[in-house]
Ligand binder design. Structure first.
Ligand SMILES: Cc1cc2nc3c(=O)[nH]c(=O)nc-3n(C[C@H](O)[C@H](O)[C@H](O)COP(=O)(O)O)c2cc1C
Length: 257
């Protein structure tokens, strides 16, 4: 198994202690593993300039393409994706937000339908749930089939060690993450995933951004209520068929040339 770990803290302290336990647990499950670790603090990624190049002209035209594209390649090729952030001012760190801003085109052109992710958040007292939910929502929009969350207040004790109870929670979720990848089973989308998919599908159909339209057609994603490779009950899709039609009507009347 190949795992990509994106460390969204500028240091390797509290959040990293949780990651170390995750790595140990994953290693116990599978001896032939590989961890590719990227510290966002080390890659010197400038702020997103808001040039809209990724949306309109393709991600390869991003001014920071050389920095971001090897990471995207690793995200596409890994078996399991792990992303971490401590809570900073009730949100993700600036490092994580800047990273996500550079990948915002994945909302328009979701890709990771067959991938599983593990989200790790630590905080001193608050914001862990909100930040975990934000990362979950972001990865859901990018297509991630299943997302697991480990969000802790003070994961470690006064001496910097993880308490037994915390270790058990980490192990349980990590094993679920591992089994989901190893079992090769793709989960049927939840309602939010279906909602997001059809929202972006309608916008892509409407060809507000030509590149999005091309992407959805070329990847055979435009013609059904969810990605064709992911199992989804026909009945579950019906409300989203209607939702999509309504959106198309709305967008055709409200699009500014
Ligand atoms: C700039 C900054 C902002 C923070 N903001 C919050 C916050 O809003 N709420 C909170 O409970 N903890 C906050 N913290 C504490 C960290 O979330 C917490 O100590 C975390 O575990 C640090 O993880 P790390 O050691 O992996 O960087 C903040 C810490 C820093 C440095």
């Amino acid at each position: 198994m190949n795992y990509l770990i994106i460390n969204g803290s500028p240091r390797r302290e509290n959040t990293w202690k949780v990651v170390e336990r995750i790595k140990d647990t994953l290693s116990d499950n599978d001896t032939s593993h590989n961890f590719n670790e990227i510290n966002l603090g080390d890659i010197n990624l400038p702020q997103c300039t808001g040039c809209y190049n990724c949306f309109n002209n393709g991600e390869h035209t991003c001014p920071h393409h050389e920095i971001i594209s090897p990471i995207v390649s690793a995200m596409k090729s890994c078996d399991g994706f792990i992303i971490t952030s401590p809570v900073y001012a009730l949100n993700v760190t600036g490092l994580v937000k800047n990273f996500i801003d550079h990948l915002a085109y994945f909302y328009h052109r979701p890709y990771f339908f067959k991938k599983k992710a593990l989200i790790v958040v630590t905080t001193a007292g608050s914001g862990h749930k909100k930040v975990g939910d934000y990362l979950d929502e972001t990865l859901r929009n990018w297509g991630y089939n299943e997302r697991f969350k480990l969000c802790f207040i003070h994961a470690h004790d006064g001496s910097g060690r993880l308490p037994l109870k915390t270790k058990k929670i980490i192990d349980k979720t990590t094993n679920q993450f591992y089994n989901s990848i190893a079992g090769n089973q793709l989960k049927s989308p939840d309602r939010k995933a279906l909602f997001n998919y059809n929202l972006w599908r309608a916008m892509a159909y409407n060809a507000h951004i030509e590149l999005d339209n091309k992407y959805w057609i070329e990847n055979n994603m435009m013609s059904s209520e969810f990605h064709p490779d992911i199992p989804c009950n026909v009945l579950k899709k019906i409300p989203y068929k209607i939702f999509y039609r309504i959106l198309l009507g709305f967008l055709s009347k409200n699009t500014v040339e």
